[in-house]
Design a protein around this ligand. Sequence first.
Ligand SMILES: Cc1ncc(COP(=O)(O)O)c(C=O)c1O
Length: 381
Amino acid sequence: MSERKLLMIPGPTNVAPLVLRALSRPTLAHTDPQFVETFKETLDNLKKVFMTKHEVFAIAGSGTLALEIGLANIIEPGDKVLNIVMGYFGDYFVKISKAHGGVPTVLDILWGKCAKPDQVKDALEKEDYKAVTITHVDTSTGAVNPVREIAQIVHENSDAFYIVDTVCSLGGLEVRADDWHIDACVSGSQKCIGVPPGLALISVNDRVLNLLESRKTPVSFWYGDLKNWLPVMKDPSKYFATPAVNMIYSLSESLKAILAEGLETRFRRHHIMAEAFRSALGGLKVKLVADLNCAADTLTAAYYPDGIEDLAFRNGMRQCGIVVAATIGPIKGKGFRVGHMGNVSQNDIMSTIGSIEVTLKRLDYNFNAGAGLAAAQQKLL
Ligand SMILES: Cc1ncc(COP(=O)(O)O)c(C=O)c1O
């Protein structure tokens, strides 16, 4: 039983057996022509997922490294940065801005809400920024920012570099790096991409590459300096630091599966799963953290009904074989979070809802048994 837990947290997500098996293939030399070929093909496929014709990078590290690389390569000490923050992870960019000598201005959005393009326009009218950072989906609240509309505002009203955290969206929600003028799009392997944690995924456009040539100061951390990685990503037979060979195999398999499913089909699947899950919570009268008009299709955060205690609920779910996550930051202990991204299926959704019902009943929450399952079914017909 213990090996059969269903991971319904907002990352890492359930990894497909084929993708997992790739990790146990013999580790080739990173210079072996066979590996070099796989790496090349994987980067080409990654470009398709980022929807970019520009440069992509797959570097050993977690999503946080991708955020830091994106920002640190663009800003220099004293540069002003507009950080759009609507949750826990938006704040990462504030911390990273400071760590690399940037001067952050925070556009603070209430938890559960998303930024409005006009708020960004107002902020851009008041100040010239070197960069604007935004989180596509903040995993702490399950809210999704209108990244595309805000991209337009940034593009039309400033010269700022637009840096988007797509850790909780790439491969699950529409992300069009080129069409949306995203200068640096940063992500990770362990959520919608369906690979174990361990790879920072980044795309940057020519504006960023040109900027790297004209910086007055060097990028403040050597491992993350994109100029060191660029020759490798253009030609994976080159060396800067040993690539995570088996993680690249794993990414290779997952990207092939993602492209075989088709991005549009995949986004649609995420939407249907999310709709079913949100409807189920509605049926159970469990309140979402995010406003419905900005609820993300990749995860849902919800508040506990009165009388339900955090650990009792999550342990109860564990007994049903399902792992869900706690809420974090200022809403810690007040709710739970469920990831419905990556390889998530109808079975996963229905069994999670069924187990939520069982657990809530065991904890004496009063509702009509089956109300969540029935509401979800309506969305799955
Ligand atoms: C939106 C978002 N950004 C950044 C991160 C940080 O990524 P990692 O934990 O892989 O470093 C996370 C992690 O959950 C996230 O959800």
